[in-house]
Write a new protein. Structure first.
Length: 112
């Protein structure tokens, strides 16, 4: 399962050093100078499918130093599914556009 917050997307791992769910509340493990605690996350959306949580795709050319291009979710990306381009899933946050996933060779988005 994946959750979306105002800061990005997290995978719920339910291990003690990741994101856990307790009684419907999602928490993330935090550590500072040897002190450990969990901080509650403000969840916007949750899904088993990472692609359902992203806002847009960003396509970058792997060999040329050109500006990445942002595409809407309904764009057919088949022309870019080759070794010349890298496709990312991204979300808009208060800090701007953040890349959260990378499309693998099978066309599946994987959290980065």
């Amino acid at each position: 399962m994946f959750i979306r917050t105002k800061n990005g997307i997290y995978k719920v791992t339910n291990d003690k050093y990741g994101v856990i769910e307790e009684n419907g509340v999602f928490k993330i493990h935090c550590e500072n100078m040897g002190h450990h605690w969990y901080s509650e996350l403000d969840v916007i959306a949750k899904s088993d499918n990472l692609a359902e949580l992203i806002d847009c795709y960003v396509v970058e050319h792997t060999r040329l130093n050109v500006k990445p291009v942002v595409f809407e979710l309904d764009t057919n990306l088949n022309a870019f599914k080759n070794n010349l381009f890298t496709i990312y899933g991204a979300v808009w946050t208060s800090k701007g556009l953040i890349y959260v996933a990378k499309m693998n060779s099978e066309g599946v988005l994987c959290l980065i």
